[in-house]
Write a new protein. Structure first.
Lengths: 502, 282
């Protein structure tokens, strides 16, 4: 529920705001980046206990610390206190070293399994909580130890208790990435159909949908997902289910839509996924959602965490567009004004999350690469001046934007004069001096497109002292650059000069 | 080149076009580096560590500018710095000997005095060497007279490198005059410079091939640049006007071979020289 989400967020935030400026946080992020580069980044999710949610503190593992083995013994002996001990055990299992201790105890997991499937509902819940804590372990040898529980966890997905189902879903999602043995078992035990059924039957229950979609993201990120997992997912009802849940619920918030969007992103990344997704209208769906989000962003209504939804949607659209046949692009996307939303994202996130601005620019490139409609839209919606102003910014933003503008000049030759007059020509005088070779190359290419057949543009460029600029480029160490500059000088810019030489 | 303006863009032209831009679609796989920052944010969110607005990713940066001249590795954060650099060091270059002069006027005078045979002829009979100070207007019979004038009247410091005189045309070699400036160990020759004047040695000697890429010893130039000197203008003057002329055609070993592709010559606005006159050729 929304309240839970808010509380959860606040609780952790309080702690993390302390860490916000901490070097620890920065160090942590550095290690995360490295893990990702090694393709080892695994994102588990921990569902807080009800106590934690209500008291706005995280579990204090130190308080009332009892010996784990001792607790286990107590749990083994049935009695009215069993539930209490089990609850204490689950608290203890928050600690990673206790997790290791636990799995080393003989039959410890089997005990949990028997309680999980026993007749005491409270004990079932606590046992599930224990397994959930174990699943969140940073130690990869814990997951295989939990294998005995998985068939039951899967069975319970079609159960009735929301909290219980949620726990099972997150537990399964956490267990999946840790070892191949676990993966193979879970796939064989039918985790994909189970997730599909779960979402289909509990569509109204957004907490469950969120949990199921999260689990699916874990499956879809596996190294061999392309061969083993994605085809099965595509063949199931999951893609259409995900699309139907995509729009954020005003009461529940963004979280379920976020998970569904990430699933769709992983599917769209794969080469098989695109055809199926396009057939289901994914492009139209994602585009219209992006447009409404873009509208909100443009008006300054930035709901917190909106970028968490914008990001996977951008990626979905970007990749789907790259695989969509050009002649159906406009219909598939639905509305050419998507380009306005993309420009709004760039503007809104440029300083706070430049990577998101870069991804938006990438989508713009894919839209304009082969489509006259989208190129025209940029012009008619007067988005070009704003794009030109982005050209100073590096880290891949300006190169992508320059590509977009080159696409427009290339696709709509009749717009070149307009582009020049909107400020592109004078900006090229700056971009031609940049250190980034790609910027200079693209600038030369655009200059050529603007100038060819348009002596007035050539004259204007000369007036802007462009000639000396190109002369300098003739001394560049890259032959390609020198040739382009020389060509422009010889054929288009120095025709009136008596000293012109060839 | 052509009197009529733009060249016709016929098919023969198209074949030779060095332009190759075509729009490109990019399909990115899930592990692509472009997705790194977004993935980190997602991870932080799932781990309940996400704080909207935290500066977890590298801050936005602005592209740098860089001098295009091959071998010049100068980089600038602002456009004005680039402009100043380029205008100071790479403009007003003599087409014949590749010397860089600080202003158009000095370039004109340089060309006239070094590369114009008519000047040499006239100078035998009348005062042709102009005072370098703008507005003075006086002319002198020899460069030495001019130098004296500059020192006496215009108060140029006497320890300027006015001790080199331009050798007569056709004299090959080099009895090298005293060079106070020792950083410039250019062999025998012609193309040298002191202070901030950059010489772009034209290795357009017989042995050079067309289209060679350019190299230069930037360190030498840097060393030169950091030398304590008087104002740039003055040191440039000394180099430009009183050094050896680039008239010798001997092959020389250049320590910095700042080679210019033969097919290229500067156009009208920044470099002038007399067409077809490569000073060093006989």
């Amino acid at each position: 529920c929304n309240r839970c989400m808010a509380i959860k967020t606040t609780a952790i935030k309080k702690i993390n705001i302390l860490c916000k400026f901490n070097d620890v946080r920065k160090e942590h992020i550095i290690s995360l980046r490295q893990a990702r580069r090694d393709r080892q980044l695994v994102s588990k999710r921990l569902l807080l206990t009800e106590d934690e949610e209500q008291r706005e503190v995280t579990m204090d593992t130190a308080s009332g610390q009892q010996d784990l083995v001792d607790l286990l013994c107590k749990v083994q002996h049935s009695g009215p206190e069993r539930g209490t001990h089990l609850k204490a055990l689950s608290k203890a299992l928050r600690d990673p070293s206790e997790q290791l201790t636990f799995i080393k105890q003989e039959n410890s997991v089997n005990l949990l399994v028997s309680l999980l499937t026993g007749s005491n509902a409270q004990c079932r819940l606590h046992a599930a909580r224990c397994l959930h804590e174990l699943s969140h372990s940073p130690h990869t040898n814990v997951a295989p130890a939990c294998l005995p529980a998985t068939p039951y966890l899967l069975t319970f997905l079609s159960g009735q208790s929301t909290k219980f189902t949620e726990l099972c879903l997150y537990t399964l999602g956490n267990l999946f990435p840790d070892s191949d043995v676990v993966k193979d078992k879970l796939l064989a035990q039918g985790i994909i159909p189970a997730l599909a059924n779960c979402i289909e039957n509990q569509k109204h229950n957004l907490a469950v949908v969120e949990a199921a979609a999260f689990s699916l993201t874990q499956l879809l990120q596996a190294k061999d997902a392309a061969e083993k997992i994605i085809p099965k997912v595509l063949a199931s009802s999951l893609p259409s289910q995900l699309l139907s849940v995509l729009n954020p619920d005003p009461n529940f918030g963004l979280a379920p839509a976020i998970e569904c969007a990430w699933c769709l992103h992983y599917l769209a990344c794969s080469s098989d996924g695109n055809g199926e997704l396009l057939a289901l209208g994914a492009l139209s769906h994602c585009s219209s959602l992006l447009m409404s989000l873009g509208g909100a962003v443009a008006e300054g209504n930035k709901e917190e965490g909106m970028e968490l939804l914008v990001c996977p949607l951008l990626r979905c659209v970007g990749n789907l567009v790259s695989c969509c046949p050009v002649d159906s692009l406009s219909t598939q996307v639905g509305d050419v004004r998507l380009v306005a939303a993309l420009c709004a994202f760039i503007k809104a996130y440029l300083h706070t999350q430049p990577a998101l601005a870069r991804e938006s620019a990438w989508v713009l490139n894919n839209l304009t690469a082969h489509s006259t409609d989208f190129c025209s839209a940029l012009l008619t919606l007067n988005l070009v001046p704003g794009l030109i102003q982005l050209l100073p910014f590096s880290q891949g933003i300006n190169t992508m934007i320059l590509r977009v503008l080159a696409n427009v000049a290339h696709k709509k030759k009749e717009s070149c004069l307009q582009l020049a007059q909107l400020g592109l020509l004078s900006t090229l005088c700056a971009t031609l001096k940049m250190a980034d070779q790609e910027m200079v190359t693209l600038s030369l290419e655009i200059l050529f497109m603007l100038v060819i057949g348009r002596p007035q543009v050539a004259d204007e460029f000369v007036r802007l002292s462009g000639v000396s600029l190109l002369e300098a480029i003739q001394y560049n160490s890259e032959g390609e650059m020198r040739r382009r500059a020389a060509y422009l000088l010889e054929h288009h810019l120095l025709s009136h000069s008596a000293d012109c030489t060839v | 080149m052509t009197a009529s303006g733009n060249c016709p863009t016929g098919t023969t032209e198209e074949r030779e076009l060095p332009f190759s831009f075509t729009p490109q679609l990019f399909h990115l796989h899930k592990d692509h580096e472009v997705f790194e920052d977004g993935d980190i944010h997602r991870h932080m969110y799932l781990q309940d560590l996400y704080v909207s607005g935290a500066d977890d990713e590298p801050a936005l940066s602005v592209s740098e500018f860089a001098c295009h001249i091959s071998g010049c590795s100068a980089v600038f954060s602002a456009l004005e710095e680039y402009e100043h650099h380029y205008n100071s060091l790479h403009r007003h270059v003599c087409c014949s000997c590749r010397r860089s002069l600080p202003s158009a006027r000095l370039l004109d005078i340089h060309i006239q005095e070094w590369h114009d045979s008519l000047f040499t002829v006239l100078a035998q009979r009348q005062d042709m060497y102009q005072c370098l100070v703008e507005g003075c207007g006086q002319k002198f019979r020899t460069s030495k007279h001019r130098k004296d004038h500059l020192i006496r009247i215009h108060k140029y410091p006497p320890d300027f490198r006015f001790d080199k005189t331009k050798k007569d045309r056709g004299t090959r070699e080099a009895k090298r005059p005293q060079q106070k400036d020792t950083a410039m160990e250019v062999a025998d020759d012609v193309c040298e410079s002191e202070g901030v004047c950059e010489v772009m040695c034209d290795v357009l000697s017989e042995q050079r091939e067309l289209g060679e890429t350019m190299e230069t010893l930037v360190e030498e130039e840097a060393a030169r640049m950091t030398k304590p000197a008087a104002t740039m203008e003055h040191t440039d003057l000394s180099a430009a006007f009183d050094g050896n002329g680039c008239t010798s055609s001997e092959t020389f070993k250049t320590q910095y071979s700042y080679r210019v592709p033969t097919t290229v010559c500067f156009g009208h606005s920044s470099v002038r020289g007399f067409r077809g006159r490569r000073g060093r050729r006989k």
